[in-house]
Write a protein that binds this ligand. Structure first.
Ligand SMILES: [Zn+2]
Length: 440
């Protein structure tokens, strides 16, 4: 099933032609914003110099910091009177970043998300419970309008409030959910406490998992616990929101909609393109966007292009699930580590529960990494020896995966609370003085 069949199944050569046409329009549109007008002047370039897909590389990257510096209107490329909506990032550090949409932008965005939903098999007759945040965050409204455009019964419940989510699911017979993966795993405890087995008692069939990088194990866990098909969703507010890339039923990478985005994957250190299929940072240029075109935007997300064609008939290139954020990576004892590596190592163990957190501390010049992880209830009832053995096995697994040995703390199921927002996977307390002589 397709939503925009012609665009979705377009041959490669036609996609490139469409991209070039839209890139030239986008560069011209971007040059109407204060930020890009000044940038073109500084470089002595005119929009007409970007005349092939490759010539885009004449332009430097646009960064999150550029967006912050240009707050609030530096990137706006149309008169303010044409803007019909804005969204903003949560802005945990520094200024938040804002994004603007014209009526046509909202139309394009809605179609992109609708494509994703139809691709997974969601259709009229489904009941869609949208369990991510509404408001300035793009996840809620992005899916909301797409579902309505498809004529799907939509429950705009938003994030959090686990018991209310469950009551709604039961009473309105929800078949499709959209949530953050850590919340799906957390909610299982409440379901079981209420005597509900989601596989048996709920008619759920599809889950869209987005907004935080997660491993294949987490997907499988959600699928097993809920009896659903779970699909990986990728997007970022700087590029409208969700709907940038999405898994098809082949579940082998996410199709990135190349009529709306021009992707590059670069070495995060040098900014040079990596070889096809190699890991690097995803860089995106918006195509067709009016209010706020972005050229070569560094997403900070690490991924790789999938090679080969997908069996589903869509020709848009696929990217691998996000390995991590370039800025989520942390360094312990000189080793680069991504939270998803810890997840991959731990959640493959059947004794392990649904949630974990990594805590970094520094004591006497030494970095200490502690992994707190929920395990099955039975380890807190039986022989303490068994718990100790489990801890040792985990430490061994993590050492093999990460090449460093963390401390491990075992927790009861549900101990790491989830609010429905993005899970905090890494708590870095290394700038807090703790004994010894602080070197910061
Ligand atoms: Zn496919």
């Amino acid at each position: 099933m397709y939503w925009q069949k012609e665009l979705e199944t377009m041959e490669d050569a036609r996609i490139r032609r469409l991209q070039l046409k839209r890139l030239r329009e986008t560069v011209r549109a971007a040059s109407r914003s204060t930020f890009y007008r000044e940038r073109f002047q500084q470089l002595g370039l005119s929009p007409e110099d970007i005349c092939t897909l490759d010539s885009l590389r004449k332009l430097p990257f646009t960064t999150k910091n550029d967006l912050r510096q240009a707050y609030p209107f530096g990137f706006l490329a149309v008169p303010k009177g044409r803007v019909v909506r804005m969204h903003a990032s949560t802005g945990t550090t520094g200024r938040s970043t804002v994004v603007f949409y014209t009526r046509a932008d909202l139309d394009q965005w809605t179609d992109l998300v609708a494509r994703c939903m139809v691709m997974t098999g969601a259709r009229q007759g489904d009941v869609f419970q949208n369990m991510t945040g509404y408001g300035l965050f793009t996840g809620g409204l992005g899916f909301h309008y797409a579902a309505e455009r498809l004529g799907i019964f939509t429950i705009p419940i938003g994030s959090g409030n686990t018991r209310r989510q469950i009551h709604m699911m039961r009473e309105f017979e929800t078949t499709v959910i959209h949530c953050i993966p850590s919340f799906a795993l957390y909610m299982v405890h409440s379901l079981h406490a209420m005597g509900i087995d989601p596989r048996r008692d709920l008619p759920l069939r599809i889950a869209f998992l987005g907004a935080e990088p997660h491993s294949e194990h987490v997907r499988r866990k959600v699928e097993e616990l809920y009896g659903v098909d779970a699909f990986n969703s990728y997007g970022l507010s700087e590029m409208y929101g969700p709907g940038v890339a999405f898994e098809c039923p082949a579940k082998d990478g996410m199709h990135l909609w190349e009529d709306a985005y021009l992707p590059e994957i670069v070495d995060p250190g040098t900014g040079e393109p990596v070889e096809d299929g190699a890991k690097g940072e995803l860089v995106l240029t918006s195509l067709g966007r009016e209010a706020m075109p972005l050229l070569r935007y560094r997403t900070g997300d690490l991924t790789a292009f999938c090679t080969g064609e997908c069996g589903c008939g869509r020709r848009h290139r696929r990217i691998r699930r996000i390995i991590g954020r370039a800025d989520d990576m942390f360094i312990i004892k000189g080793v680069n580590i991504f939270p998803t590596q810890v997840e991959e190592a731990l959640l493959g163990m059947e004794e392990v529960g649904n949630n974990y957190q990594i805590i970094l501390k520094r004591k006497d010049y030494t970095d200490i990494m502690t992994v707190t992880v929920e395990v099955q209830e039975r380890f807190f009832r039986g022989d303490p020896q068994e718990r100790e053995q489990l801890r040792r096995r985990m430490a061994k697994r993590l050492r093999e995966e990460l090449l460093v040995t963390p401390d491990i703390e075992l927790l009861k199921p549900g101990a790491l609370e989830s609010t429905g927002g993005k899970a905090v996977r890494v708590v870095d307390k290394r700038d807090i003085y703790e004994g010894g002589i602080s070197d910061t």
